[in-house]
Design a protein around this ligand. Structure first.
Ligand code: PLP
Length: 323
């Protein structure tokens, strides 16, 4: 089976995901700011997924994927490899749905993340990131114990779940002229693009990556998935090395362009969110706003959506980044 033969998720899948998430995920607020509107000459609408359960949109995709497990899969449980928001999203969703979760994390993962994952009831299995291959460990665990592996972005149910955030945004604002979405492996961007094409066909959809890790931009422009080394950036949720077999074709088809911003621009956006909007946003969550700010003139007079993807950052790190 070639990658492009695989069924891509559609907007109908986003609608079905929204029904599964109702009553479980928060319908997060859409915020506006007089200051950003004055600064940009545009009307900006911020979809605050930093206020989602476990602090990021990843709850949507994880809960949607786990909701679709059959009886056998539920009994055996789920396995995921992640040191970030996907780990917590899987652990929390599994607990809510009454199934066991195993999370494969690097030995040197931050203590707070390990504690948060365990706090949600997940069993943490460590690996050595310098000598062991986490995907192989995940696959072995899946095989030995009959666990179902749920990847962080390249999965139809994950993509459909992530698309529900943009769907809620459009439901609230009506059609927009542009939408800015943070981009790592492309689950959030491809899901958002499905919602945009269905609900606001004229809306320009932009994916935004850290400058140091512009594999998505290279892939988008070249027409094939480009792999890069793990990029050095403060946007730790976007340190992915490549787009997915499912996310890439949707992004190529439904996204208008992929933009990049510097770590400096991300830190400035973090400061702005904290000082002016009283929002604690993690560096990766600032990608969309940083790019909208940098675009400037072309957005004048336009109605613009920005997805704030998450707010999980240690207070100490938050302060250090702003210092
Ligand atoms: C995972 C994550 C992203 C990137 O999402 P993808 O679906 O991998 O593109 C962006 N922001 C935050 C806060 C995340 O946790």
């Amino acid at each position: 089976m070639k990658a492009d033969d695989r069924a891509l998720p559609t907007y109908e899948d986003v609608v079905a995901a929204a029904a599964r998430l109702a009553g479980h995920a928060h319908r997060t607020p859409v915020m506006t700011s007089r200051t950003t509107d004055e600064e940009s000459g545009a009307s900006l609408f911020f979809k605050c997924e930093n206020l989602q359960r476990m602090g990021a949109f990843k709850f949507r995709g994880a809960f949607n994927a786990l909701s679709r497990f059959d009886e056998r899969q539920r009994r055996a449980g789920v396995v995921a490899f992640s040191s970030g928001n996907h780990a917590q999203a899987i652990a929390l969703s599994a607990r809510l749905l009454g199934m066991p979760a195993t999370i494969v994390m690097p030995q040197d993962a931050p203590g707070a993340k390990v504690a948060a994952t365990r706090g949600y009831g997940g069993t943490v299995v460590f690996y050595d990131r310098y000598t062991e291959d986490r995907e192989a460990i995940g696959r072995d665990l899946a095989q030995e114990h009959g666990l179902t592996l749920v990847p962080p972005y390249d999965h139809a149910d994950v993509i459909a779940g992530q698309g529900t955030a943009a769907r809620e945004l459009f439901e609230e604002t009506g059609p927009l002229d542009a939408l800015f979405v943070c981009l790592g492996g492309g689950g959030l961007l491809s899901g958002s693009a499905l919602a945009a094409r269905a609900l606001a066909p004229g809306c320009k959809v932009y994916g935004v990556e850290p400058e140091a890790g512009n594999d998505g931009q290279q892939s988008f422009r070249s027409g094939h998935i480009v792999h890069i080394d793990t990029p050095q950036t403060i946007a730790d949720g976007a340190q992915t090395q490549h787009l997915g077999q499912l996310t890439f074709p949707i992004i190529r088809r439904d996204v208008d362009d992929i933009l990049t911003v510097s770590d400096r621009q991300l830190a400035d956006a973090m400061r702005f969110f904290a000082a002016r909007m009283k929002l604690m946003v993690e560096p990766t969550g600032c990608l969309g706003f940083a790019a909208a700010r940098a675009m400037g003139e072309p957005l004048r007079g336009k109605r613009v959506g920005v997805i704030i993807s998450g707010g999980n950052v240690d207070i100490e790190r938050f302060c250090a980044l702003l210092a």
